[in-house]
Design a binder for this molecule. Structure first.
Ligand code: HPA
Length: 276
């Protein structure tokens, strides 16, 4: 049963470190370097954790780190799992349940995303105010199947999925970082791994998308099921309005993420100081 799998994974991690994390971090494409700044870190490769999948994407290491960031006890996923890798949604989101079970009450989730809003530029950041779960609406929701009440309710509300106080904190931190542009908007999850056609991008804009990506939403749904408070941040790695002259490449996504590393670290560190 999923509950037992989560317990087994949690126990393995607890046998490696007594640290009780307050905040869980999921570091998206190219943003994983921040995990190397975690102090007194205990690092556990995913393959050593029972029931964890393996991360197969370039730009995603595969390990869990537990330690301190700005004096806040954190658990960080350096490398996440994606639907397009072929994982089931319950496998893909198992680490979120484990991080909640370890004690984390806040999830800070990041990703690389395409800027569908024409005002967004590569290198900008976007705070997730809300999301559109395209696979979720179409039948790929991580909560499908029997509900285990020990995790959370059958019908968790998602009207306020993204925590207003944490958003306010992120805004106030961003205001102190002149080199960083922080938009706020709606993140739409697509399954991927193919990038969108022009027609798809125009459709996504019409339905209210500001940024498009291939992750995050399943983790957020499960985090809310576990009653975690969620903050989501996208790094805009490319424009995705359907008017682009150049085709988007995964390498370009990683390149922009690499260039944004220092700004992303400053943002997350500021948020941690606010949480402390
Ligand atoms: N589309 C989908 N996912 C992405 C993109 C994009 O343009 N950029 C980074 N992740």
């Amino acid at each position: 049963m999923l509950y037992d799998q989560v317990l087994q994974a949690t126990k393995k991690i607890q046998s490696d470190t007594p640290l009780i994390p307050q905040v869980a971090l999921i570091l998206g494409s190219g943003l994983g370097d921040l995990a190397n700044e975690i102090e007194q870190a205990v690092s556990i490769p995913y393959e050593e954790i029972p029931h964890f999948a393996r991360s197969s994407v370039v730009g995603h290491a595969g390990r869990l780190l537990l330690g301190k960031l700005e004096d806040v006890a954190v658990v960080a996923m350096q490398g996440r799992f994606h639907f397009y890798e072929g994982h089931s949604l319950s496998t893909l989101t198992l680490p979120v349940r484990v991080m909640a079970m370890l004690g984390a009450r806040i999830l800070l989730v990041s990703n690389a995303a395409g800027g569908v809003n024409p005002n967004y530029r590569a290198g900008d950041f976007m705070l997730l105010r809300d999301h559109l779960a395209l696979p979720g609406l179409a039948g790929a929701n991580p909560l499908l199947g029997p509900n285990d009440e020990r995790f959370g309710p059958r019908f968790p509300p998602l009207a306020h999925a993204y925590d207003a106080d944490l958003c306010q904190l992120a805004r106030s931190v961003a205001a102190t970082l002149p080199e960083l542009t922080l938009h706020e908007g709606v993140y739409t999850m697509v399954a991927g791994p193919s990038y969108e056609t022009g027609a798809e991008l125009r459709f996504l804009r019409i339905i209210g998308t500001d940024a498009v990506g291939m992750s995050t939403v399943p983790e957020v749904i499960v985090a809310r099921h576990m009653r975690m408070r969620v903050l989501g941040v996208s790094l805009i790695t490319n424009t995705a309005t359907g008017e682009e002259s150049a085709e988007i490449k995964h390498d370009d996504v990683l390149h922009i993420a690499d260039a944004a590393r220092v700004r992303f670290a400053a943002l997350v560190r500021g948020i941690m100081r606010g949480i402390a």
